[in-house]
Design a protein around this ligand. Sequence first.
Ligand code: SAH
Length: 229
Amino acid sequence: MAADNKMRSDTASFSRKRWEMVEHQLIERGIRSRNVIDAFLKVPRHEFVSPDTIDSAYYDGPLPIGCEQTISQPYIVALMAELANLKSGEKVLEVGTGSGYQTAILVEMGCRVYTIEIIEELARKAREKLESLGYENITYEIGDGHAGWEEHAPFDAIIVTAAPDHIPTKLIEQLKVHGKLVIPVGELDQELLLITKTEKGVDIKNVTPVRFVSMKGGDEMSGSGKGTK
Ligand code: SAH
């Protein structure tokens, strides 16, 4: 009984922290998309951080998730989801599953999500977590996202959460016309890019300087979603 009460009060306190995160970190910085905001109010971010940082789950920054990787800052996850301009029912490729937090946000936005992670341990943990929380409409892959995922292309949007040193051409090829690629590019000085595929080519906009973990791999011939399951 005491444990039940403890759980209820934790849930209430996390839910209050989520509202505060949405108000101060997202809305005050200009995030406006209703579907992004609604998704952020629903997804329990504290489930996706490691237990020793649970009290900081709604903190305004990235946090370690093991294997030298991080769960991204909430604002950056929201900005990327907003830039991708996704609507319910659309198909999105996520490169860098990491903790699975952004995957859950995309599912709450009504998307069909294809997600690739290169580190097997993180991929497995994220899958277990998302399944235990009941998230559906996700197809998982372990592999190098430089090559995208040909089998399920074309996508309405592709979101990349690790920084390559150049724009992987396969990702552009696997977008629908008018589809969006949201990707940090660069080594130390990275820039978040919003790339829209047009009938004639691509339109590239620099959004903001960012700092993501570096994208691993990079041999475009070796990935293509054919990694080990
Ligand atoms: N959106 C995630 C961010 C995780 S950090 C979250 O909020 O939790 C970026 C992730 O990209 C890491 O888990 C890293 O292992 C993964 N990654 C790095 N290079 C990759 C590649 N070439 N293909 C797929 N995933 C990659």
